[in-house]
Design a protein around this ligand. Sequence first.
Ligand SMILES: *[C@@H]1O[C@H](CO)[C@@H](O)[C@H](O)[C@H]1NC(C)=O
Ligand SMILES: *[C@@H]1O[C@H](CO)[C@@H](O)[C@H](O)[C@H]1NC(C)=O
Ligand SMILES: *[C@@H]1O[C@H](CO)[C@@H](O)[C@H](O)[C@H]1NC(C)=O
Ligand SMILES: *[C@@H]1O[C@H](CO)[C@@H](O)[C@H](O)[C@H]1NC(C)=O
Ligand SMILES: *[C@@H]1O[C@H](CO)[C@@H](O)[C@H](O)[C@H]1NC(C)=O
Ligand SMILES: *[C@@H]1O[C@H](CO)[C@@H](O)[C@H](O)[C@H]1NC(C)=O
Length: 645
Amino acid sequence: MKASTLLSGALLAVTAHSRDCKPRPDKRPNIVMIMTDDQDYRLGSTDYQFVLQRLIKAQGVEFLNHYATTANCCPSRASFMRGQMVHNTNITHVNAPGGNYDKFVASELDQDYLPHWMNAAGYRTEYIGKFLNGYGLTNYLEAPKGWHHVDALLDPYTQQFNTPVTSINGGRPIWYTGFHQSDVVRAKAVDRIEHLTSQEKPFLLVLAPSSPHVQNDIQETVPLARHAQDFENVTAPRTPNFNPSEEFQKQKGSWLPTLPLMNDTIIAFSDHAYRQRIRGLQGVDEIMEDVINTLEQKGVLDNTYVIFTSDNGYKVGTHRVPAGKATFYAEDSNLPFFVRGPGIPKNITSKIPGAHLDLGPTFLDIAGVPQDKWPSFFDGQSLLPQWHDPESSTGDGNGGGNAKETLNVEFWGLCIVEAPNAAELGVPFKKNSYKTLRIVGSDESWLYSYWCTGEVELYNTAKDPYELTNLALNPTPEVQQLLNRLNAILLVTKSCEGGTCRQPWGLLQPNDKPNEIVSLKQAMDPKYDVFFAKFPKVNFKECLAVQDVANEQPFYPPLPDNGSGGLGRGHRTTPDGWEKPKGKQVLRSKGKYGTAEQRHATLEDVMKNAHYLTDDEIAGKPNSTQQKRAIEVQMLEPSWFEWIG
Ligand SMILES: *[C@@H]1O[C@H](CO)[C@@H](O)[C@H](O)[C@H]1NC(C)=O
Ligand SMILES: *[C@@H]1O[C@H](CO)[C@@H](O)[C@H](O)[C@H]1NC(C)=O
Ligand SMILES: *[C@@H]1O[C@H](CO)[C@@H](O)[C@H](O)[C@H]1NC(C)=O
Ligand SMILES: *[C@@H]1O[C@H](CO)[C@@H](O)[C@H](O)[C@H]1NC(C)=O
Ligand SMILES: *[C@@H]1O[C@H](CO)[C@@H](O)[C@H](O)[C@H]1NC(C)=O
Ligand SMILES: *[C@@H]1O[C@H](CO)[C@@H](O)[C@H](O)[C@H]1NC(C)=O
C-alpha cells in the first residue's frame, strides 16, 4: 500500500472523540510514569533536573533505595511489565541469545502483562517511546499487545535522536523530520493527555524517551539543540571510586581488573559524556513540565500518580569504566525514583527499598484490584503503603511492615563500554554473568556478588558506599560467617518465584519454625553458624550468555527433574529460533533539532513535516528518495491517529 493513501485514508476516517466533556464517573487515580533510559542516580544527574526537583521531588517522595534487578534496558523493562525477576522472565539481555522484544513475544510473556491487567481493571492504557529493544522496522506490524494506544520508537532509530521514527499501533512507520525525539515525545504526550482526560476511564500512560542513552554510532547522547551549550563547566563527579588506584581496582572480579587507569584524554571524554547526558535530560524535564502542566490544566493533577524513574543506572568514570552500565555496582543498579500523587506526603526522602518488579503490583493496588485477583507469578509487592507512609520503615525486615531488606541483582551475557577507546579495552567483556545480593537495612547494608568466574565481591555499603574494599578477599572468620549467610540467601533468591522472592527467609528457617529468622541481623547469631555453613555454594560451571539450568546448579529448592518447573517456566514458553532479522538504517537527519523556537512545538507542528517511510526505507534499501518526499499533513484534530493500525 502507498504511504500517502494510508495517511489520507486515516485522516478521512478520523472520528472526533474529544467532545465528550461529561465528568468522569470513575474517580480512581491516573498513573503517568516517565521512564528514561540509562540514567544514573548515584552520579547526581537528577540534581540538574530542576523541573523534577520542583514539580515532583518537592511535591512528593524521593526514594533512595530503588533498584533495577538487572542493569540493562530490555530485561529491566520486561521485569517491570511482568512484575517478575529476570530469572523468571528469562529476558536476560538486549540482544540474542538472552532476549529482546522478539523473545518477549515468542515466550508469550505479552499474553499476560501490565496493560492487560490494567485494561481488565477498567483503565485505559497507553505507551509512548522506547518499548523493548528489538521492536523495529522488521517487526513493527506485531505491535506491543494490550495497549489501547502504543506509539513506539522503532529500531534502528530508537537512539537516533534527530531521526525519530515511530509506529502507531503497528501502523506504517512515521518519520518526524526536522524534530528531535524529545520534542516529538513531548508533543505526543501532551496530545494524549488532552485526549485521555476527556474520556471516562482512569488511565495509565507510560512515557519512555530514549534520553540520556547514547546514540550508538557516536557513543554519546545528543541533546536538543537548545540545550547543547548548557552546563559547559560541569564535569563527571570525582567520587572516591572515580578512576580508582590499582590498590582498589585489583580487588574487583572478572574483567574489571584489566581496565587501565583512565588518562586525561579518556577523562575528558567522560566529562563530555556526563555533560551531554545532563543536557539530554533537559529535554526529559521539558516533557515532564508540559505533562504536569497539562494534567493541572485539565484538573486531574491531584488525582494522578506521576512517577519518574529510569530503566537502569549508569556509570561515568567510576571503577575505571569511562561510560557504561551492566555491572552490579550502585551506579548501574540504583535508580532515580520519585513519585507524587494522592496521599503521598510532600518533600520527603525515603530509604525504603523497592524494585521495578514491584510496580505492577503497585499499579494494581492503585486501581483497587484485590490481591487475590493479581497474577500468581508476581515476584514483587505493592509499594503503595510505602508511598503513602514513606518514613514508616527502612526495610530491615524485623518482621514489621512489608518493606524488604533483600534485593536480588542478576545478569547474563556480555558487557560493553560506551566510549571511543572501548575496543582497546577489549569489549565485549564476555564474562559478565553474575548473581548478586543487596542487603538494604537500617543496621546493615551489604553488596555481595558471585561472578561466573567464581570470584566473589563483598562490600559493607554502609561504611564503604563507593564499593571499593572487597572484604571477601582473605575473609576474617567473622566475614566468613557473614558470607555463609549471604550464600544461603543468594541460593534462594537466584531462583525464587513469588512469595519466596518477597520473603526468602521463609526457606531459611533452622528449626522448621516459621519466622524464627526474618532479618540478616538475627541470622548472624552464632548459634546458626552450623546451619548456614551447610548450604551448598552458589555456582556457575562456566560463563555463558544465557540462563542455562545445567550451568547454574545447584538450585534451592532443587528444580523438578522434568525441566518444566521453576525459573518462571510455568508461566511462559521457552522458544527456539525467535530472533528476527534487524532493520537497516538508511535515514539520517543532517540537522540538529530542538531549537529554542521548537520548545513549545505542538503535535500539529510536528506532524506538518512527518511522513510515512517508503517500502524501500522500511526494507533498509539505500538510495531512497526520502528527502524529497515529505507529505504535507493536514491536521483535522489533535488525536487524528487514534485508530491507525
Ligand atoms: C524541602 O525540604 C528541605 C529540607 O528538608 C527544605 O530545605 C526545602 O525548603 C523544602 N522545600 C519545599 C518546597 O518545601
Ligand atoms: C565556565 O568557565 C569559564 C572559564 O572559567 C567562565 O568564563 C564561564 O563563565 C563559566 N561558565 C559558566 C556557565 O559558569
Ligand atoms: C589516552 O589513551 C588513549 C587510548 O589509549 C590514547 O588514544 C590517548 O592518546 C591517550 N592520551 C594521553 C593524554 O595519554
Ligand atoms: C533462557 O533462554 C535461553 C535462550 O533463549 C535458553 O537457552 C534457556 O534454556 C532459557 N532458560 C530457561 C530457564 O528457560
Ligand atoms: C514436573 O514435575 C513437577 C514436580 O515434580 C510437577 O509438579 C509437574 O507437573 C511436572 N511437569 C510435567 C510436565 O511432567
Ligand atoms: C546511491 O546513489 C548514489 C547517487 O546516485 C550513487 O553514487 C551510489 O553509488 C548509490 N549507492 C548504491 C549502494 O547504490
